[in-house]
Ligand binder design. Structure first.
Ligand code: IMP
Ligand code: MG
Length: 197
């Protein structure tokens, strides 16, 4: 079956127009977090960061591709001085479970002596963030913290600390708002979880 959405463009929809169920790569997903909720979570995270980093320049490091929507929304709410860098990480392939093998492309400017915040879409096993953090620490940043829109706390296999978490969710596979299933489903403005038929 083709990927199907009855989702209405953001500009002119109300809550009755958001698709409750969508089909992506032949699997059904159910709405769990709508765009209004997403916006309020992002605002709360931005408020905390703005207050904690008042007067300091922040280097935001976006972990592509999953964080594209979250970082765009979060950065537009940052009031202080900042710079933006991107890196790429991959661990899921076409499965709904991490391969355990994290591929990284860490090409970004030197962060020595800088206040760095990594922007991640979701923390699952935390292997990705552990590896990214270890690489960055080699450059001796002045400080290093993580902001993640979602977190699945039951799945951790490392001791990494995520200072700013938007929302904790149970261990289900989610898509939308940048998150993908085998590269599909990133474009939905809301977040959906796998619906066990
Ligand atoms: P971790 O290394 O196991 O923490 O996995 C982190 C990365 O896997 C995230 O940055 C996501 O890109 C991806 N990921 C983890 N859980 C999900 C999910 O439920 N849906 C889509 N991608 C996910
Ligand atoms: Mg990611």
């Amino acid at each position: 079956m083709d990927n199907v959405s009855t989702s209405t463009p953001l500009s002119d929809r109300d809550s009755t127009q958001i698709a409750e169920l969508i089909s992506v790569n032949g699997r059904t997903f159910k709405l769990i977090i709508d765009q209004v909720r997403i916006d309020s979570i992002v605002s709360d995270l931005a408020d905390k960061i703005n207050s904690d980093y008042a007067g300091k320049q922040i280097i935001f490091l976006i972990v592509l591709k999953g964080s594209i929507f979250f970082s765009a929304d979060l950065l537009r709410k940052i009031t202080g001085d900042c710079r933006v860098e991107t890196i790429r990480a991959k661990s899921y392939g076409t499965e709904m479970k991490s391969s355990g093998n994290v591929e990284l492309d860490m090409t970004c400017s030197d962060v020595s002596g800088k206040h760095v915040i990594i922007i991640e879409d979701i923390v699952d096993s935390s292997r990705t963030l552990k590896k990214v953090s270890q690489k960055l620490k080699e450059q001796n940043p002045a400080s290093l913290e993580i902001v993640s829109f979602l977190s699945k706390p039951t799945e951790r296999v490392t001791d990494i600390e995520v200072k700013y978490v938007g929302m904790e969710i149970p261990n289900s596979f989610v898509i939308g708002y940048g998150l993908d299933f085998a590269e599909c489903g990133r474009q939905y403005p809301d977040i959906y979880a796998l619906h066990e038929e």
